[in-house]
Write a protein that binds this ligand. Structure first.
Ligand code: NAD
Length: 402
């Protein structure tokens, strides 16, 4: 029987919810490319309930324990007294989420001799040292597509929030003011702007489609070119480099995975190519950007705004520059963990576990690493190597937060 260690974020400070704001979720059966939503044999949770926090347990306990397995759920992942570290010696599967990532570094993998599979309950497996996983023959899987549209909606929200100066204007209302000039002195229309996405995969393409009706000019770069028909339909300009895209775009949105090729792609040097006053939206991964270079670009006015929900490491210490820089619209990492998305990634995690325990193949599109190499979405969207360096700094969150 297997031991499964599941690292999830804490329950709300007000306690695990007893009621919810809404009674149901819309029914979605397929994603636009025809891929079906997760198809586990069963689920033991109510769609729309909080599944991603410790008490939600991804709805997995009944299924795993009735099959005789041991499930350990914890939010304690960083620092000297981490529960995760204490459980690794006999763990067969580790599950965690990008929102509250269990950084599965080479050191942690070495401490887990029985480890066979690492599952990301969500999308983005950069918190696992993929090189170390390949070398140990560990399978890495994620729930491809489960929250791509959730993130795309967040990108649109953050784009509008920055361009129209929503958050500072909201603050004036909360402060009791009616300061129209203060609000509008940094407010513009999105209409007519050049908007570019770095990567046009599931999220990036959805962002392009959602923004099209705003009558913007759309640009993209990706290592895989989109079909000609899609380029024509959306009137896209294709770029082969970030330099070429950022030189013409008023809004740039990052939608590629973090891997050695993309780490720190936005840095002091590459920011010089951005148009003065560009807006940068990053809901992909914090480490795609050099944190200090972003803060400096906002201070100097090279960037007019920066928004996103992803940081490095996570959680970020209280002194992380993105908490305090001007003209930002940051949230904690939430875009892919709406209650709607949680239902999909909990069901997808269950599907992956059912396949594993029943010796059935895991869907190819869910695989990141398999049999010592990148596979499935991993082969399409990642490059080999390790992007977890520096993740130990996540332990400073507890020490620095009130
Ligand atoms: P996807 O696999 O469908 O698309 C990724 C795209 O990135 C692919 O088209 C790939 O060709 C492209 N790409 C990879 N390396 C590139 C490079 N060096 N240059 C240009 N393009 C490159 O994945 P997706 O569903 O669109 O998700 C993308 C990423 O978004 C995830 O890997 C994850 O890091 C992030 N994400 C964040 C959240 C969140 O909650 N904030 C949720 C889901 C995903």
């Amino acid at each position: 029987m297997a031991k499964i260690v599941c690292v999830l974020y804490d329950d709300p400070v007000t306690g695990y919810p007893k009621t919810y704001a809404r009674d149901d979720l819309p029914k979605i059966e397929r994603y636009p490319d025809g891929q079906t939503l997760p198809t586990p044999k069963g689920i033991d949770f109510t769609p729309g309930s909080l599944l991603g926090s410790v008490s939600g347990e991804l709805g997995l306990r009944k299924y795993l324990e009735s099959a005789g397995h041991q499930l350990v759920v914890t939010s304690s992942k960083d620092g000297a007294d981490s529960q995760l570290d204490k459980e690794l010696h006999d763990a067969e599967i580790v599950i965690s989420q990008p929102f509250w990532p269990a950084y599965m570094t080479a050191e942690r993998i070495a401490k887990a001799p029985k480890l066979k599979m690492i599952v990301t309950a969500g999308i983005g497996s950069d918190h696992t040292d993929l090189q170390a996983a390949m070398e140990r023959g560990i399978t890495v899987a994620e729930v491809t597509y489960c929250n791509s549209h959730s993130v795309a909606e967040h990108v649109v929200m953050m784009t509008l929030a920055l361009v129209r100066n929503y958050l500072p204007s909201y603050d004036w209302v909360r402060k009791g003011g009616w300061n129209i000039a203060d609000c509008v002195a940094r407010s513009y229309d999105l209409e007519g702007m050049n908007v570019g996405t770095v990567a046009a995969g599931r999220i990036g393409l959805r962002v392009l489609r959602l923004l099209k009706p705003f009558d913007v000019k759309l640009h993209y770069m990706d290592r895989h070119r989109l079909p000609e028909a899609v380029e024509r339909e959306l009137n896209l300009t294709h770029h082969t480099s970030l330099e070429s895209l950022s030189k013409v775009c008023d809004v740039v949105t990052l939608n590629c995975p973090l891997h050695p090729e993309t780490e720190h792609m936005v840095n002091a040097q590459s920011l010089k190519n951005f148009k003065r006053g560009a807006y940068l939206i990053n809901t992909a991964r914090g480490k795609l950007c050099d944190a200090n270079a972003i803060a400096a670009a906002l201070e100097s006015g090279q960037l007019a705004g920066y928004a996103g929900d992803v940081w490095f490491p996570q959680p970020p210490a209280a002194d992380h520059p993105w908490r305090h820089m001007p003209h930002h619209g940051m949230t904690p990492h939430i875009s892919g963990t709406s209650l709607s998305a949680q239902t999909r990634y909990a069901a997808g995690t269950r599907e992956i576990l059912e396949c594993y325990f029943e010796n059935r193949p895991i869907r190819n599109e869910y695989l990141v690493v398999k049999g010592g190499q990148l596979a499935g979405v991993g082969a399409h969207s990642y490059s080999a190597g390790n992007a977890t360096g520096g993740s130990e700094d996540a332990a400073r969150f507890k020490a620095t937060s009130k």
